[in-house]
Ligand binder design. Structure first.
Ligand code: SF4
Length: 368
């Protein structure tokens, strides 16, 4: 075991590492101010694993319906030599008739074993190097490629849906498949942003691979592809070469925020403690917000902690913003009731007046 792996092993308190994948890494960017989530992901765990193995509770599970739908849609797109995906690309003009070379990394080494995982990584690299050499046999679609992404010195493996490039494209773009029903302009924007960020995790991995091969990371570009599902069917709707500058920037910012290395994570914990104890986890600073529920299985724990601390965020983002001057719900109640110490500053004075006016209005509405 390398010294770094041994430190990670210690950080996880002996728990086996899991592959957090592009989705797990993307979730870090959804709450960039949460040190707790970043530490869990960097250590090679997921919030679900924490719930199951550290807190001893039943983790969140994707609904069986959603899981079946996702798997069936992906199967439909990638089966039969990815014929359906290829057709979607041709129809949109992103691939031409002669761009028909497809390689499946998953078929090359299908088992979930360390040997096959290594083979998938090597095969992905080999196929990408073909493209970099300008080899005419380089695939136009690489299905289920396996890349690595190093975050604060820790290498994470990620398996993507696919990479795509026409023969005339200089390099690959990352593609992500989502079974969300595509409602054109009405598709949930947060879902679209999250899918683009998930693909951007792959772009960052491509950038790192290019640098390791002595090539410019600019080749990876700033565009990603996304395939959604037409409502009520399994017909793919392709959004090709979407600009993902903002997603790449937010991801890069989130991954560069402290803790920047294992030293910083270790320093946040009591001496020789690990993340595998509920107390140590609680000590890591978090940043509960209303969107935690959408992506992090720890949301109930963090919400309970926020409630115990009197954090106004449990009333929602708008309330938290309006009560920011008070700093806590208890202080806001003091300002409203005129109890406790007098307002500390002008901001608290204004808030106290606003709270009393709102309370009087509510009283009038309720009591006539
Ligand atoms: S639920 Fe908790 S750990 Fe997860 S992102 Fe939110 S604050 Fe962080």
């Amino acid at each position: 075991m390398t010294p770094e792996n041994s430190r990670l092993h210690q950080l996880r308190g002996g728990l086996a590492p899991v592959e957090v994948g592009a989705r797990g890494i993307e979730s870090v960017a959804r709450n960039a101010d949460c040190t707790r989530l970043r530490a869990i992901v960097i250590a090679g765990l997921t919030p679900n694993e924490v719930i199951k193995h550290i807190l001893g509770e039943v983790p969140d599970a994707m609904s069986p319906f959603a899981m079946t739908l996702t798997q069936a849609f992906e199967r439909r797109l990638l089966s039969n030599a990815a014929g359906s995906l290829l057709t979607a690309y041709r129809e949109k003009g992103h691939l031409q008739q002669l761009d028909a070379k497809i390689a499946s990394v998953a078929d090359h080494a299908p088992r979930d074993t360390p040997v096959d995982r290594n083979r998938r990584e090597r095969e992905t690299r080999r196929l990408i190097e073909l493209k970099l050499r300008g080899d005419p046999t380089a695939p136009n679609l690489i299905l289920k490629p396996r890349l690595t992404l190093t975050i604060v010195g820790v290498t994470h493996a990620i398996e993507l849906d696919y990479l795509v490039a026409s023969d005339v494209d200089p390099f690959y773009r990352v593609g992500v498949i989502k079974s969300y029903a595509d409602r054109i302009g009405k598709t949930n924007k947060a879902d679209v942003r999250s899918a683009c960020r998930e693909a951007s995790v792959g772009t960052l991995a491509l950038q790192q691979l290019l640098v390791s091969l002595g090539r410019s990371m600019e080749l990876a570009g700033d565009r990603v592809d996304m395939v959604l599902r037409a409502p009520g069917s399994f017909t793919p709707r392709l959004y090709g070469a979407m600009r993902a500058q903002a997603e790449l920037a937010s991801l890069t910012r989130a991954l560069a925020t402290a803790p920047r290395d294992l030293d910083q994570i270790e320093q946040m914990l009591p001496p020789s403690a690990s993340l595998a104890t509920p107390n140590a986890l609680e000590q890591l600073p978090n940043h509960y917000c209303s969107t935690c529920k959408e992506h992090c299985a720890l949301w109930q724990h963090c919400r309970a902690q926020a409630q115990a601390q009197g954090n106004a965020i449990i009333l929602g983002d708008q309330a938290a913003e309006q009560l920011a001057a008070a700093g806590s719900l208890n202080r806001a109640m003091d300002l409203l009731n005129g109890s406790g110490r007098p307002p500390d500053n002008r901001a608290e004075e204004v808030l106290a007046a606003e709270l009393r006016a709102a309370s009087a209005l509510l009283d009038r509405i309720a009591n006539g």
